[in-house]
Write a protein that binds this ligand. Structure first.
Ligand SMILES: Cc1ncc(COP(=O)(O)O)c(C=O)c1O
Length: 423
């Protein structure tokens, strides 16, 4: 790091310039949280800022850089493929190869449609579920994130959940029922009362966005049974968990198969691609034209080349064992630092994605997550960034295939230095 990594003179200058033409100087509101740093480049698990500071990256661009920054085989495949055109307004063979690879890699889906963002893939899933069931209501869960559009963006509002943004139409939330997650009895009770009105149940099968909380043993199985019993479409939002928790994502890890699932992020190593995958009888509603799913950029050469190269790499050189080892050691190292410094540092979740915070609670859902001292971690995150560890205030750390012993050592050394100076 530079002598005074906090001054970031070039980033400050660029932020002032950016803010004149871009609201807040950022193109996604999530980046309003945390320090405004401009990066010059990324390589493997490292980032270099325009101020000359090096960061060991455990944010991975909010998850996509699962193969590290600029993974050579994907960069090569994308640049070679794009030399001969990127969008045709018609079909090309890479689309087929990428779709086959997605379905074969995951194992359970029959068909896939590509899109550009996770947000859109979720909306396409809702449309299919409503068309297939002829019902309108959708059940979702506290703390799960499904994108930034009016019908899914929520914030705690008294004892319930309401719009999270000015300008958001509260009426778009009317068709959604929000339940506590990881409580199958609550879902069973709701379905007993109004199961025949529910088109879909959507969830992150591991609640990565809020606390990286795993499903209780048997929970996903019970949800699956309930959805089948009531003719409800079960949607797993695997935008974060897909291809990250293993080649077959959370569905494979927990052995529970949804009817539809959304993927993005680790699917294409940083290139903007999302996918909706599912059973043929549901997906074919798009094929007949009965249900509209459109997008100029869907299935572009760039997108499908990135998917193909990324999934081939994950299949041929699976990084999962190394990621497990790295993440496990990193979580253990962070806990050990807590003991050394006499502070209640908590690191919990899965090796590929875990949550760091302060406190000691039995965290099983969004409400119990609030028993932790999340605000104190936000302060620590800013200090960590100041010491060259790129993490977000929300506390979710992601490990990539590119992280190795050098990064583990750098992260823990920098973490210790941060605590020495901060406490
Ligand atoms: C589980 C989940 N679903 C949907 C989304 C929305 O995806 P995108 O930001 O690509 O629109 C995200 C984004 O973080 C996510 O984590």
């Amino acid at each position: 790091m530079t002598a005074d990594a906090r001054s970031r003179p070039r980033s400050r200058e660029l932020h002032r310039r950016a803010s004149r033409r871009t609201p807040g100087g950022v193109h996604s509101n999530i980046r309003l949280a945390g320090p405004r740093i401009f990066f010059e480049s990324g390589s493997g698990p490292w980032l270099r800022s325009v101020d000359g500071d090096e960061y060991v990256d455990y944010l991975l661009g909010q998850g996509p850089n699962f193969l590290g920054h600029a993974p050579e085989p994907v960069v090569r495949a994308v640049s070679e493929a794009s030399r001969t055109g990127v969008i045709f307004g018609g079909q090309h063979e890479l689309e087929i190869e990428a779709a086959e690879l997605v379905c074969e890699t995951l194992g359970w889906p029959d068909m896939v449609r590509f899109g550009v963002s996770g947000t859109e893939a979720v909306q396409a899933a809702f449309r299919l579920a409503r068309a297939a069931t002829g019902r309108t209501k959708i059940v979702r869960f506290e703390g799960h994130y499904h994108g930034w559009l009016d019908n899914v963006l929520t914030a705690p509002d008294g004892d319930g959940w309401g719009p999270a943004s000015a300008g958001q139409l509260a009426s778009h939330l009317d068709d959604f029922v929000v339940l506590p997650w990881n409580d199958a009895d609550r879902l069973a009770a709701l379905l007993a009362a109004e199961g025949d009105l529910i088109a879909a149940v959507i969830m992150e099968p591991v609640m990565i966005n809020a606390g990286v909380i795993e499903p209780r043993p048997g929970y996903l199985e019970r949800v699956r049974e309930l959805c089948t019993a009531y003719g409800i479409v079960l949607i797993f939002d695997e935008v974060l968990s897909g291809f990250r928790l293993g080649l077959d994502g959370a569905a494979g890890r927990y052995g529970v198969t949804p009817d539809l699932a959304t993927y993005a992020k680790a699917l294409a190593a940083g290139w903007p691609v999302a996918a909706l995958a599912g059973r043929a009888d549901l997906m074919e509603h798009f094929g007949t034209g009965e249900v509209n799913h459109s997008g100029t950029f869907n299935g572009s050469v760039v997108a499908t080349a990135a998917v193909k190269a990324s999934l081939e790499l994950l299949r041929d050189e699976p990084p999962y064992a190394a990621i497990d080892q790295h993440g496990t050691a990193l979580m253990a190292g962070i806990r050990e630092l807590g003991q050394t410094y006499g502070i209640p540092l908590r690191a919990a979740g899965l090796p590929a994605a875990f949550h760091v915070s302060f406190g000691d609670a039995d965290v099983v859902d969004y409400r119990t997550l609030q028993e932790l001292d999340l605000a104190r971690y936000e302060e620590l995150a800013e200090e960590l960034v100041g010491h060259g560890v790129w993490v977000a205030p929300r506390g979710v750390w992601y490990v990539s295939a590119a992280h190795g012993p050098g990064e583990l050592d750098a992260a823990l050394t920098r973490f210790a230095k941060t605590l020495t100076e901060w406490l």
